[in-house]
Ligand binder design. Structure first.
Ligand SMILES: O=C(O)CCC(=O)C(=O)O
Ligand SMILES: [Fe+2]
Length: 268
C-alpha cells in the first residue's frame, strides 16, 4: 500500500493500530480547563453551594454531596449545561485536534452532543457491560475521544480489549449465544487493558474493540466525557449525518462538490 504520511504520522498510526488506543496530553489544556470549570459552575448551581477552591477535590468528592438516587438528575443537568454552551464542542475538539486529524482525517464529522459519565465510588447503577459500539448501530469508521475530568485509573477508568485478543474473541463469538455478557467478561478479563488517564490527558480509542467498565472501587468519583468522530465522507450506520453527526471541518473542494449542479440540459 502506498503511504505518503510523514514518518511521525506513520509511527502514531502504527501504535494506534497495534494497541487500539492513544493516551496523550491535551493539545489545548486551557480548552479542557474551561470545560471543567463550566461543569464545576453548573454543579454548584445545582447544589446551591459556593465555588470550591479546588475543582479537582470537588469533582472527586461529588459523592459526598449528590446521593445515588439523585445522580441521574444531576448528570442530566450537567449534560444539559455542557451542551448549551456553543463553544464546548469546539473546545472538546481542540483538546485532540492534531491527533484526530492524523488518525481520522482532516474532514471530520463530530457527534452533536457531548456525553458525560459520572460514576460514584461503589455505585452499580450506571455501568456499561462489555460491548463494541459497532455492534449496536455505530459505524466501524468511528473513533471515540474520551476525556476525563479527574484522574482515572483502575476501576475508576474503563477497560479495552486490545486488537489481538479482540480478534480471537470474535472468532469464538458464536459460543456465547444464549449466554450473557458476564460470561464474555470473565473469559477476556486476563487480557483487558485498564486505561490509566490522568486529568489533562485524553484517550482516543477504537470503539470496534470490546470495552466497558465495572463498579468503581476507588474512593473517588469518576467524571469522564465521550464523543465520536469519523471522516465526514465515510459510510454511516444508524447514527446519521445531520441527526447524530455534524461536519466540523469541511474543506473548499468538498463544499464546491456538494453544491455543484450540472448545467440545465447538460448531456455528456
Ligand atoms: O466510559 C466508559 O466507561 C465507557 C465508554 C464507552 O463505552 C464509549 O464511550 O463508547
Ligand atoms: Fe462504548
Amino acid at each position: 500500500m502506498t503511504n505518503f504520511l510523514p514518518a511521525e504520522e506513520q509511527a502514531l498510526t502504527r501504535r494506534f493500530l497495534e494497541t487500539g488506543h492513544i493516551i496523550a496530553p491535551a493539545e489545548d489544556r486551557a480548552a479542557l480547563d474551561r470545560i471543567r470549570d463550566l461543569l464545576v459552575h453548573a454543579a454548584c448551581d445545582w447544589l446551591d453551594c459556593p465555588l470550591p477552591a479546588s475543582p479537582d477535590a470537588f469533582l472527586n468528592g461529588i459523592g459526598d454531596r449528590v446521593p445515588v438516587d439523585r445522580l441521574n438528575d444531576f448528570r442530566l443537568h450537567q449534560i444539559g449545561r455542557l451542551n448549551a454552551e456553543p463553544w464546548a464542542r469546539a473546545a472538546y475538539f481542540a483538546a485532540a485536534r492534531r491527533t484526530l486529524e492524523i488518525l481520522v482525517g482532516n474532514e471530520l464529522a463530530m457527534q452533536r452532543r457531548l456525553n458525560l459519565s459520572i460514576q460514584l465510588s461503589g455505585d452499580s447503577s450506571s455501568l456499561l457491560p462489555v460491548h463494541a459500539d459497532v455492534w449496536s448501530g455505530d459505524s466501524p469508521f468511528e473513533l471515540v475521544l474520551w476525556i476525563p475530568l479527574v484522574d482515572c485509573y483502575r476501576t475508576k477508568s474503563m477497560y479495552l480489549l486490545p486488537p489481538g485478543p479482540a480478534q480471537a474473541l470474535e472468532g469464538r463469538m458464536a459460543d456465547y449465544t444464549g449466554r450473557n455478557t458476564d460470561d464474555i467478561y470473565r473469559d477476556i478479563e486476563p487480557d483487558l487493558l485498564w486505561l490509566d488517564i490522568p486529568y489533562g490527558h485524553f484517550l482516543l480509542f477504537n470503539q470496534n474493540l470490546p470495552h466497558g467498565n465495572r463498579v468503581n472501587q476507588e474512593p473517588e468519583a469518576r467524571w469522564s466525557m465521550n464523543c465520536r468522530f469519523k471522516g465526514v465522507f465515510t459510510p454511516y450506520a444508524d447514527k446519521r449525518l445531520g441527526e447524530f453527526f455534524e461536519p466540523i471541518t469541511l474543506r473548499a473542494a468538498s463544499r464546491i462538490g456538494m453544491a455543484y449542479d450540472y448545467p440545465n440540459g447538460f448531456k455528456e
